[in-house]
Design a protein around this ligand. Structure first.
Ligand SMILES: Cc1cc2nc3c(=O)[nH]c(=O)nc-3n(C[C@H](O)[C@H](O)[C@H](O)COP(=O)(O)OP(=O)(O)OC[C@H]3O[C@@H](n4cnc5c(N)ncnc54)[C@H](O)[C@@H]3O)c2cc1C
Ligand code: SF4
Length: 329
């Protein structure tokens, strides 16, 4: 049995108190605990105190405000997947939230926890005993080498959070408090290509809300993931796809396209060079081909999570082609 290390626990009921408690050196937020607690059991971190969001009711609201869908950071994934406002204004986010882990994890796990999920790697999400047997861990744990890129000086563990590619594809922003001043960061700029410090949030900052601009023209969007089992498993590759269509949606002509791929490295990858789909009808078979080929050319998975990288790359091409075809139906 894996034991938790010793730590204190604080349960503030207001955002102000949570922010004050987070100023304790080494303090960490716990929301649903479905990611941070297993990591503590693996001794990947030993914070002196966890600041629980369980009693901060202000972080559990979902509303539409000033042209944006606003979701409190402590709203559970079950609520995100079922909430009528999310299903109406961000159906691909509801879809992705409903695909995270299993039902019990989604009842506990929160959107803020998913957005701030630590990156994952087959060499680090292991017990300390396992890591020691490998010669003392890697750059992200106790060691000074990377087993994925042996001469690399940078951790390239994968961001495996299901909702993140979707939030980037929908141009979401994240509201943070507790730093020098409250600030809002674009989801696309929130992640760094550095698996040790993979988010721009400072440790004393608290994420309070996720904002998604409400679409002003017709939109078709979806999320697709490949994992070994349909339930419980993290994605091994994933993609969020969004097409904006002309005002007269009966034409289905694409005016904008954004495709974001997950589980490559610490940053979600925004796929470029999709200009050839603009002006085409979503029902045009060429669209699925153009998107899946762009994804295949630009996205090269690494050997950081289970299953061989070339196989995951092939799966990504198949997944994106099927997902675009599904949207056209
Ligand atoms: C068996 C298993 C399967 C899983 N499968 C999946 C999967 O398929 N897809 C997937 O995406 N995830 C998966 N997960 C991971 C996890 O369940 C989810 O990512 C979940 O959304 C995490 O949310 P949480 O509230 O439990 O986060 P926590 O564990 O409470 O926190 C996660 C991280 O976010 C930080 N954090 C949380 N809230 C805030 C906030 N408001 N402000 C600042 N920092 C914050 C914490 O400090 C911590 O670093 C799985 C986990 C398990 C155990
Ligand atoms: S990518 Fe390299 S440094 Fe990062 S967790 Fe994996 S083995 Fe460790």
């Amino acid at each position: 049995m894996l034991r938790l290390p010793q730590f204190g626990i604080e349960t503030p009921s207001t955002v102000e108190d949570a922010v004050r408690l987070l100023k304790t050196p080494g303090a960490r937020v716990v929301a649903g605990g479905t990611d941070i607690l297993p990591n503590l059991k693996h001794l990947l971190d030993t914070p002196p105190v966890l600041v629980s969001l369980a009693a901060v009711s202000a972080l559990r609201e979902v509303k539409v405000e000033e042209g944006a869908l606003v979701i409190g950071a402590a709203v559970t994934l079950t609520e995100v997947s079922e909430h009528p406002l999310v299903r109406e204004h961000a159906p691909s986010l509801a879809e992705a939230a409903g695909l995270v882990a299993g039902p019990l994890h989604r009842n506990m796990g929160t959107l803020g926890g998913n957005v701030n999920l630590d990156v994952r790697c087959r060499y680090v999400n292991q017990t300390k005993f396992w890591r020691d047997a490998l010669g003392g861990g890697c750059l992200k744990s106790e060691g000074n080498v990377c087993f994925v890129v042996p001469k690399g000086r940078n951790c390239v563990a994968a961001l495996s959070a299901d909702t993140v590619p979707v939030l980037v594809s929908l141009d979401a922003t994240f509201d943070l408090v507790g730093g020098e001043a409250p600030r809002s960061t674009a989801a696309q700029d929130y992640y760094r290509a550095d698996g040790i410090h993979h988010i721009v949030k400072e440790p004393e900052e608290l994420m309070i809300a996720i904002r998604i601009p409400v679409a002003t023209t017709p939109r078709r969007a979806t999320y697709t993931k490949w994992s070994v089992r349909r339930s419980i498993d993290f994605p091994l590759v994933s993609a969020a796809i969004r097409f904006d269509l002309d005002e007269d949606s009966s034409h289905g002509v694409i005016t904008a396209a954004k495709v974001v791929v997950g589980v490559l490295n610490p940053r979600p990858r925004v796929v470029g060079r999709l200009d050839d789909v603009i002006g085409k009808k979503l029902s045009d078979p060429a669209v699925a081909r153009i998107v899946s080929e762009a994804v295949h050319k630009q996205c090269k998975p690494l050997e950081n999570v289970p299953y061989e990288a070339p196989y995951r790359r092939s799966m990504l091409r198949v997944l994106t082609r099927r997902a675009v075809r599904g949207l056209a139906r």
